[in-house]
Design a binder for this molecule. Structure first.
Ligand code: IPE
Ligand code: IPE
Ligand code: MG
Length: 259
């Protein structure tokens, strides 16, 4: 990632000038979550090995982080590796974990300089010890930053996350620390890996697939879903801003009467 200077909250200005910004519309999302899909197809369409798609995907991650900062997004979650992605061939898993290792090492200083605070969700114990160590370092090194909270979902699966939260609640009940009647939605959410984070307002998926693939199932209850045919390695600021505009056109009701 090169040095990037944030002079103007560009999209905020664009959105404010846009006809799309209707009264009562959702306007600018606080939290954008992205299912980064299509690396393999991008590579195949060029006659390249899948790893080339994943490498190009890393460049798209850089562009997207920069776009999120420029557009004043407070929270960006990137689905980088699902709990089901361990089912892929060993060489592809090795390529993906290798890219992760390199990305954290090479980008940490730059992300920190740009005010990014890193969080990781998912079952990190399944990664090699050195990667787990890098994740701890990255979270600690950036914990005082607040310009952009970047959440990277690694070995993440929403069903597993929900079951783990249920297990925690049951243990608290068994230990006499929790009255089952006191287990409400707010308390349950505090037991998830996303405790303390706002729910995603906008979930964006690239590559034309229209499914969640076990991503943030609890947290997405009222998220606006945006799908684009663009393959992840081709994603950049233009596609990011287009999704923000699409989001601004939506009317969020949360079950209430249309306003
Ligand atoms: C997204 O691209 C990267 C990960 C899921 C890790 P894919 O590797 O899923 O690419 P396609 O869907 O096969 O094109
Ligand atoms: C979802 O993509 C997971 C990530 C983007 C990390 P997949 O490519 O694994 O999803 P499916 O298998 O097509 O549902
Ligand atoms: Mg895929």
């Amino acid at each position: 990632m090169g040095e990037f200077v944030i002079a103007q909250p560009q999209a905020l200005v664009d959105l404010a000038d846009s006809d799309a910004l209707l009264a009562g519309s959702a306007a600018v999302p606080v939290h954008v979550a992205i299912i980064m899909d299509g690396n393999g197809r991008w590579a195949a369409s060029r006659g390249l090995p899948r790893v080339a798609g994943h490498r190009a995907g890393v460049q798209a991650v850089r562009r997207t982080i920069e776009a999120a900062i420029r557009n004043n997004i407070g929270w960006l979650t990137l689905y980088a590796f699902s709990s089901e992605n361990w089912r892929r061939p060993a060489d592809e898993v090795r390529d993906l974990t290798g890219l992760l290792r390199r990305f954290i090492k090479s980008e940490l200083a730059e992300l920190g300089r740009n005010g990014v605070r890193l969080h990781f969700i998912g079952d990190r114990c399944r990664f090699d010890a050195d990667i787990q160590h890098e994740l701890v370092i990255a979270e600690a090194a950036t914990q005082d930053n607040s310009r952009l909270n970047l959440v990277v979902a690694l070995s993440y699966g929403a069903r597993g996350e929900i079951v783990a939260a249920a297990q925690r609640a049951l243990l608290e009940v068994a230990a006499g620390k929790l009255d089952p009647a006191a287990l409400d939605e707010t308390y349950f959410a505090s037991l998830l890996s996303t405790s303390g984070m706002p729910d995603p307002d906008l979930i964006l998926r690239t590559s034309g697939e229209q499914r969640l693939s076990n991503f943030l199932l609890w947290q997405s209850a009222y998220a606006e879903l945006v799908f684009t045919d663009v393959l992840w390695p081709d994603f950049g600021e233009a596609e990011f801003v287009a999704a923000l505009h699409e989001y601004a056109r939506r009317e969020r009701r949360f079950g209430a009467r249309p306003g």
